[in-house]
Write a protein that binds this ligand. Structure first.
Ligand code: PEP
Ligand code: MG
Length: 317
């Protein structure tokens, strides 16, 4: 089976009816880029930059160290695009494992973009490092956990300021596409606003499920209620995909569901054409794509959304 899958590595991910599908890798370190290319990824859809910041006992990487790390990831992808998500710490991702998070409810607290906007000097250090690294390849910047219009505006203002700081230094930097993660229900419900500001969107189903269903994703006691197929979750995912398509902007999914082969057909049926996942899942998902016919999956997916038929079995299985 492993051998059969590995023959698919260089096969383009196209459905039976000719729909091209982008299969991207999620990575945590620059050195993961090599494995992503080997797995047949056509780019990095999510570089979780917080892993550069974790376990360092408070001494955060400076601009040079971050610049080198992002540049290494970009060069490792050999010309393929790299999506760098700005730091996403808090809740399930404490900066230092030893320091127990003292917040009342870290998942609802100062994490991700909230953490970055609370410390603009730290945030712009990261932004400058990414912008400089973008001179070496195709880079997409991605912001986690945005929920408010004013957060979007503050974030984009910080990007502008970071560029102005580099201009003032006379330092080279590259163009970046700007994208937002849709991982808070509020963001999914106001997707049109997000599309006014951003070039592309990436749905973080891990958090979107957590926040839609009020299920702490790290709590075993409620893990049985954590359901990617919950109709409310599917409705939000479907609406974001449809609205992006209507406006000609790319939407991908970068949560665990993107790498779950039992979800591939449903996501294709809902119109998703970009999936970002752990590199180890890419060939298995590609196999699903190659066997899929979106002309059959689309009407079926609408019936799943309406609750008329179960999500399994999918047509063609
Ligand atoms: C997500 O929330 O789905 C996601 C991809 O981000 P993370 O798992 O890093 O929170
Ligand atoms: Mg998330």
């Amino acid at each position: 089976e492993r051998e059969r899958l590995s023959r698919l590595r260089h096969t383009p991910a196209v459905t039976i009816d000719g729909q091209r599908v982008e299969l991207l890798a999620n990575i945590e370190q620059p050195t993961d880029a090599e494995g992503a290319v080997r797995a047949g990824a056509v780019g990095v859809g999510l570089f979780r930059s917080e892993f550069l910041f974790m376990g360092r006992e408070g001494r955060l990487p400076d601009e040079e160290e971050q610049y080198r790390a992002y540049r290494d990831a970009i060069e490792g992808m050999q010309g393929l695009p790299v999506t760098i998500r700005t730091i996403d710490v808090g809740a399930d991702k404490p900066l230092d494992k030893g320091h127990k998070d003292s917040h009342l409810n870290p998942a609802l607290g100062l994490r991700a973009i909230r953490w970055s906007l609370a410390d603009p000097v730290m945030f712009r250090t990261q932004l400058r490092a990414v912008l400089r690294a973008a001179a070496h390849g195709k880079v997409n910047l991605l912001f986690p956990m945005l929920a408010h219009r004013h957060e979007i505006e503050q974030t984009l203002a910080q990007v502008q300021l970071a560029r102005a700081e580099l201009d003032a230094r006379g330092q080279a930097y590259g163009a970046v596409r700007l994208g937002a993660m849709i991982e808070v229900p509020a963001a999914a419900l106001m997707v049109r606003t997000f599309l006014q500001y951003f070039d592309y969107l990436s749905i973080g189903t891990n958090d979107l499920i957590q926040y839609t269903l009020a299920i702490d994703r790290a709590d075993e006691a409620v893990a049985h209620l954590y359901d990617p197929l919950h109709p409310a979750v599917l409705r939000l995912v479907a609406d974001v995909i449809a609205e992006g398509a209507a406006q000609g902007k790319s939407v991908s999914v970068c949560g665990e569901t993107a790498g779950d082969v039992s979800m591939t057909r449903l996501l294709l049926g809902l119109g998703l054409r970009s999936f970002s996942m752990h590199p180890a899942q890419i060939l298995a998902v590609k196999q699903e794509v190659l066997r899929a016919d979106t002309r059959k999956l689309a009407p079926w997916a609408q019936r799943v959304l309406a609750g008329e038929v179960p999500a399994s079995p999918a047509p063609g299985l």
